[in-house]
Design a protein around this ligand. Structure first.
Ligand SMILES: CC(C)(COP(=O)(O)OP(=O)(O)OC[C@H]1O[C@@H](n2cnc3c(N)ncnc32)[C@H](O)[C@@H]1OP(=O)(O)O)[C@@H](O)C(=O)NCCC(=O)NCCS
Length: 222
């Protein structure tokens, strides 16, 4: 999550290509991240901006600037379900090389405290649950990014399945995520998991949708 008002390069959202063939990535693995993965995760996040930055040094700087954020994701302080990993990584050995982190997915909890604070920041009434303005308290799928070279190989789906399985195992019955309404690729990815649109243009602190169109999607376990 974060303010999304900085310039974005082409490919920041994957182009919607429903009929593209699957890409064969060879051996892949999705697992809970460890501290030593954080820089690699930050590099994947920074790689989303490739094409906007001029070169490797700038991308590396962008990655370094995100390390603290992912450290905090890895070791959250909200006290919610401490056994549930908050950061998952996907590894693949691209071009026959050794396996390396090429994707990540996060989980986060929008706590009552965060919601109160968001309400104050945004001038919204935190008591107005379910009015579609201020996002509801609960578990959210957070950032999901797969490096461009590894897209369409099933890793985005696998990272999502792993995060949902962790929440299912912990007895969490409602999971949400927010997406830009124009990000058709991610909407297509999540749809088979049972997500449905719950609200449009939800608000959280620091969350803005480029183009102004945001969706809040909910998966409710029967
Ligand atoms: C969205 C993203 C994570 C998908 O990762 P991925 O590893 O390429 O996705 P998968 O290969 O697991 O795709 C699973 C399914 O999602 C859908 N999908 C994924 N990418 C798609 C695309 N570009 N166009 C259309 N459908 C797409 C398809 O239904 C696909 O199944 P299929 O390949 O059998 O047709 C990746 O494109 C990405 O990092 N995008 C930029 C960051 C972003 O937008 N993140 C989402 C924020 S909510």
């Amino acid at each position: 999550m974060g303010a999304q008002d900085e310039p974005r390069p082409p490919g920041f959202f994957a182009a919607f290509e429903p009929n593209s063939p699957r890409v064969e990535l060879g051996s892949t693995r999705v697992r809970a991240a460890r501290s030593k993965d954080v820089l690699a995760v930050a590099r994947v996040a920074a790689g989303r901006f490739a094409g906007l930055d001029e070169g490797a040094a700038q991308l590396e700087g962008r990655a370094a600037a995100q390390v603290d954020r992912f450290e905090r994701t890895l070791t959250p302080s909200d006290g919610s379900l401490p056994g549930v990993p908050r950061l998952f990584v996907a590894e693949a050995g691209l071009d026959g090389g050794a396996p390396k982190v090429v994707g990540y997915g996060t989980l986060f909890v929008f706590t009552a405290e965060l919601r109160e604070r968001a309400g104050r920041d945004l001038g919204l009434d935190p008591a107005a649950q379910g009015d579609g303005q201020l996002a509801p308290v609960g578990w959210y799928l957070g950032g999901l990014v797969v490096a461009r070279a590894a897209r369409r190989g099933g890793l985005g789906r696998a990272l999502t399945a792993a995060r949902l399985a962790a929440l299912d195992a912990a007895g969490v019955t409602e999971v949400r995520f927010t997406a830009n309404a124009r990000n058709s690729a991610t909407l297509a990815l999540h749809e088979p998991f049972g997500f449905q649109v719950e609200a449009r243009n939800p608000r959280m602190s620091g969350l803005a949708f480029s183009g102004g169109e945001g969706l809040l999607l909910l998966r409710r376990k029967p």
